[in-house]
Structures are given as structure tokens and as C-alpha cells.
Design a protein around this ligand. Sequence first.
Ligand code: F6R
Length: 660
Amino acid sequence: MITESSILDNPGGLSEAPAGVVSTGGPIQSAITYEKIPTHIYADAKAASRAVAQEIADLIRQKQNEGKPCILGLATGSSPKTVYAELIRMHREEGLSFHNVVTFNLDEYYPMEPDSLQSYWRFMREQLFDHVDIPQGNYHVPDGTLQTDKVAEFTKKYEAEIEAAGGLDFQLLGIGGNGHIGFNEPGSLINSHTRLMMLDNSTRAAASVDFGGLPKTPRKAITMGVSSILSAKRVVLLAWGERKAPVIRGAVEGLVTELNPASYLQTHPNALFVIDEAAASELTRMKTPWLVDSVEWDNKMKKKAVTYLSMALSKPILKLTDRDYNDNGMSDLLAQYGQAYDINIDVFNQLQHTITGWPGGKPNADDTNRPERALPAHKRCLIFSPHPDDDIISMGGTFQRLRDQGHEVHVGYQTSGNIAVADDEALRFADYVVDFNTKFGIDSPEATRIFQDAAASLREKKDSEMDTTEVRYVKGLIRMGEAKATCRFVGIPVENAHFMNMPFYETGTVAKKPLSEEDILITMALIEEIKPHQIYAAGDLADPHGTHKVCLDAVLESVRRLKDKDFMKDCWVWLYRGAWAEWDVSEIEMAVPMSPDQVTKKRLGIFKHQSQKDGVVYQGTDSREFWQRAEERNRGTAEIYNRLGLAEYEAMEAFVRWRF
Ligand code: F6R
């Protein structure tokens, strides 16, 4: 029987798949009907990475015992970082030696200097090689510095070296949003060899985040071919986060197709996908588990199934019939609850009760069926905004209502957001300060010096260099000014805008430091100062390595540590979603509707963030502007409620309550 916990595989390790034997993909045998690649799902990337690192460590030790080298194929990108961190820990704490390890990396951008910030050579040294005892000369990364006419010769040699070493014992993979493995983009053949490859547009857009914009992102890469990957004795592919969910479903459950190169792994006798819950969310066993096996019909599962059925059949909930339930694998739900009529009304009412125009609670009203308490009528609300614009982008309508309904609203801007400001914006503002001083007769040679230094450093900055501290300050101040402008626009005093400048973010590069004690102390201090009745935080699980997740971890850890304080007994935590995705409708616990005018007002609030408009530095794969993404998402949420048969609103912002 499937329960919420049995959907996940045993987090103890990968051990049910002894070397050479195909694993069943976990305890849910019938998932095999849908899943054509053994797939282990873990609650989070950390637990999954531990299991993968353990398998690699076991293999290294086994080879040591046999007196043989261990030949590993390695990947870069965000996915394997946690595996490498665990291997380093094992080296330091458990004496795992890498003296017999020989590695071959999958790929490298082309052209690329090895010391460049974005080079995979540098990545591998920083993430693994410099921290373990692998002999220099035992690791290989494709050479991004070659003349074009030398690449073909190099790629042949690279394959020959792998073969001469005895072939890959283990290949670690990530997966691109378009299904690429290595840089084998859609269209790559199953028998493709190591070669120079044109990068897909979506790959370049995703990588542009690291390169400071699309124009600076390479167009090519040298990559191991699909056939080189498939010839490894064991292949383990990692995927974290909701953004990978659709492509994982395609690779695991779809047809083998060159349009999703990861699907070629269906033909490998010893491949395994190790993914987190978010990346698994589109798999049949997660999305519609009742189609895979019998399930425990608790309220959560019931809501999930009924909303799914209503959407799948394009029928409002109250029109679903017994037959609809029976025909769609939900007959045991029907048997348990009697008739469709009763189930429909129950789920409909639950959804109805999530809708409120009073996110801070409605004073003098019966709150039995409302998402928030009526009392206290005037609440202190603390919105945590990971970047300076997430408050308005993700919950601008609710922010405005809380203020208009008389609550004391504070915003904790968690990071400076400084790396997302373009160089010319920074110059414009530094120049403005000089002109301002001149105009008003303020003699400030220091401002002139800062402007001149900034101009010089930005002119001379190479790709492998980051901004000077002063330029970073200028960029941070620009974003601070924009956040203050939004607060004024919504109508809260600027003293209620708290700029936390969490240290984990301040690296000057896209890669951030891990969450530190200092970050948590800063967060706790703000909560203790405000003593909020409501905390709003970005519950963004779609981006497990990103800033939003770290910011969320800081808030949740702070709340856990403060939970015994008196004021915390009255504090509710609401999670909103960041820029990418919305909660599943069956999970939403508070939906705040917006009128057309309120949508327009929110848009104007987002416009206060001028540095994030018109071709932002970190656009990613979505070419829409932030206000467009926000509006489309909020309209989409309202449309889902409407399709389920509830009232028709222009747009809605949605929240889930986190109970500590
Ligand atoms: C990296 C590589 C790529 C990445 C893929 C996913 O060596 O070959 O296929 O694995 O682009 O990247 P992340 O893990 O950053 O999402």
C-alpha cells in the first residue's frame, strides 16, 4: 500500500542494487509498469547524495582491495556538488583515499581557459580534486584551450585514454532541463562519440546565469558522446528540484528518443536515477500514485486525487460522478467514502475555505473556516524576501492587503541581490552621485574617486574576475533603493524595510557559501525584534541549490530555535512560492484573490525594480520579464480554482502553512 512515506525509497543507501544487478527502483514494484529506468527517490538532495557517495566510496575501496585503479567518469554543474562534498568528508573523516582513482570529466565549455571562473577544470579542482589525495595527472577534463583544428584529434585521444585505463567503472551524470547528458543535446545519436558540440539555446540560457548574460555564454562545448557514456559499467544520474521533473518523467517513463538524450539510459543494463522528491514530482507514482498501487486515502491524498480528476476530465468538482471515480482508478476512494456526491462536496468546501481577501484574518468574523485567525485584529507581519524584489513579485497583492487592512508590515530583505545588477547600471548611479555633489556644491573627492575606480575596474574586468568590493556595494545600494521604493509604493514606512545582507550571499559570484551560524543569528534577531504574528517566507523548493532555499533554511531554523519563546506561540508561518512555480492546488491553504486593478497595482510595484527590467543579468531559461511571470502565474492559479468550479477571480496568490 502506498502511504506518503512509502512513495520514497529507503533512504539507507543504494544497496538493494548489488553491482551488476538491475535494481527494482524501490519498494513500489508496480511503478515498473511506468518506469523503465530504476529510480530511487529521496526526501532531499543531501540524503540522496550521501547514498551515491557511499556507492562511489565502496567501489573505490573494492578496487583498492583488488589492487586496481578505479576509473570514474565525473560531471559538473549544481547536481553533483553535494556528492563531492560528501566524498571530501569521507576522505577527511573516514580515511577514504583517492590514490587509486583516475577520473575523466564529461565536458568543458569551448573555448575556455582553465582558470576562468566558469571553467569545469576549475570547478572540479575547487569542488573535489584540491581536497582529496588524488594524484595530479590522474584527473582529466577536456581541454577548452585547443585550436579548433586540434579538437577532433584530442577527442579521439580522450576516448583512447579511457579505453586504455580499462573503461569507466562508474559514470556520474546530471541532466539538463532539455534532457542533455554531458552536453549531448537533443538530436544527439545513441552512437555519438566524444566531440565538439553546439550548445542548445536553452542550455546557454541556463548557463548564462554563470556567465553574466547570454552574449558572454559560450556557444560550444567538448563533450563525451552518448556511446562513451553508455559504455560505462555503471551509470548514476542525479536530479534535484522541480525544474527537472518534466524531463525526468520523459526519460524514465517515455519512449527512447533522441529528443531526450537521457532516455537512452533505458538501454543501459546498470543505470540508476537518484532524484529528490521535487524532481520526482511528475512521475506517475508521485503525481497519481493511485494509478500505480492501492493508496491510503487520507485527506491529503483525497484532495490530490479529486483535484487531479477534475482537471484531467475538465469537469468542475461538483459535477464528478461515481463513474468518473471508477473509470480513473479511484474506486476504492469511492468505496471508502460512499458516493461521489459526498466526496465532491467535502473537497469543494475545503478549497472554498482556502479563499480569503483577509490574509491577516478578518476582524469580528467567525474564523472557524478561515485560513487565518481573526485575533489579534492588528497583527505584526514579517515578510522575508530572499532577493529585494521577491516580496512584491511573489506576494505583492497580499503585501498590499495586509498594509491596507491595518496590519504592521515589515520586510526582511535577506540578501543584497548585488550580483544581479548590470555593470552599466552601477556606473550610471556612481556617476549620478558625482553629478549630484557637483550640482549642490558638495565637495566629495571620495565620491569622484569611487566613480573613477568603478569605471576603470568595470572597463578592465575579465570574465575570470569579479566586481571590486566598491562596485558590489554600489550594486547592492541600487537594489536597496528599489526595495525602499516598493515599500513607499505599498505604503509602509521605510523603517519597516530591514536589510539583512546575509553573509552567505556575499561571494561576488553566482556560487554562494553555505548557510552559516551568522546568517541564522541575523534572521533570529529580526524575528525577535518584530515578534511577528505572521511570518511569510519563500518556500521555494524548486531551486534546491539556490538563494531561495538557503534563505528558507535560515528562516525555518530560526523559527525552530525560537519556538519556545512566548511570542512564537502566536506566530504562524506562511510559505509563498518564488519566481518559478506555484503550489499544487491540493496543497494550497490560503488563496488571496486579486481584482484587475490590484493586479495592475502589483505590476507597478514590480516596476520599481528598474535594474531587473528589460534583459536582466540573470534571465535564465525564461525570457519573460518578472512582472509577466508573476501575472501569468497568479492568473493561472485563479484559473485553476475556476476550472475546479469555484468562483472566477482575475488572479490569486497562494500560500501553504508551515507548522513547527
Ligand atoms: C555537466 C554536464 C551537464 C550537467 C547538466 C545539469 O558536466 O555535463 O550535463 O550535468 O547541465 O546541470 P545542473 O546539475 O547544474 O542542473
